[in-house]
Design a protein around this ligand. Sequence first.
Ligand code: PAF
Length: 278
Amino acid sequence: MRTIRDLPALRARVHDWKEAGESVGLVPTMGALHAGHLALVQAARAACDRVIVTLFVNPRQFDRPEDLARYPRTEEGDATLLQPHGVDVLFAPDAATVYPPGFATSVSVAGLPDVLCGAHRPGHFDGVATVVTKLLLMTGATSAFFGEKDWQQLQVIRRLVADLNIPVRITGCPTVRERDGLALSSRNQRLGPPERLAAPALHREMATAAGAIARGAGVGDSLAAARSRLITAGFSQVEYLELRAGDTLALLEAPAAGARLFAAAWIGGVRLIDNIAV
Ligand code: PAF
């Protein structure tokens, strides 16, 4: 695996691969890698001739400066973790390579970001859409792999790729979970021991509510019960817990094909998100 930081070197390498007729898989990350990222790398490895992992902590997608400041930066450990997984290039540009002086363009998808995380994190999805567009164009990837844990992000990316005619295939990969159900996230490292013990309640209560709804229980009652059980379990706030269509993210009052439960909740000062099919 070669680490590349500048665009001309990345372009030259990808040019050679494409000349040889090879497909290029992209796994965009902000580092602090865990088994969820490695599952994306494995999916890219299985589907593509070449694999690029990008590591860039994108300042434009942080709505709170303190979140950006304390985001873990662990490039050396990340590179070591990737080493045995058949990655060809780790592209780790600095901020001036991605956003050179005078940078004045933003990619903004309308509609999808108005709900769920987007409603609580102003500007977040513009930051994601802008950097993902840049990473797709910089790498020239033929396929790109994203985790379904960030379901709303995945829909925003599918939309922008279709709207901007970017020639890349987007693949969503299933959420990777701890044995107790907690979805893997770099934020989990910030949970203290008691919060880590309580955190799986998020997935557990979502699964209970999803099961009840699928069996015909009322959506409002099932979600209200889940909210109250989450607070009892130790969560300080349930930011949202909603049944929505998986593709349009439209709010649903009854289960329908493709419906999903989406949640964001705070525990020990850490915001956790999850989503599951109903
Ligand atoms: O999901 C993430 O880690 C980030 O939002 C992404 C897609 C790498 C863009 O910075």
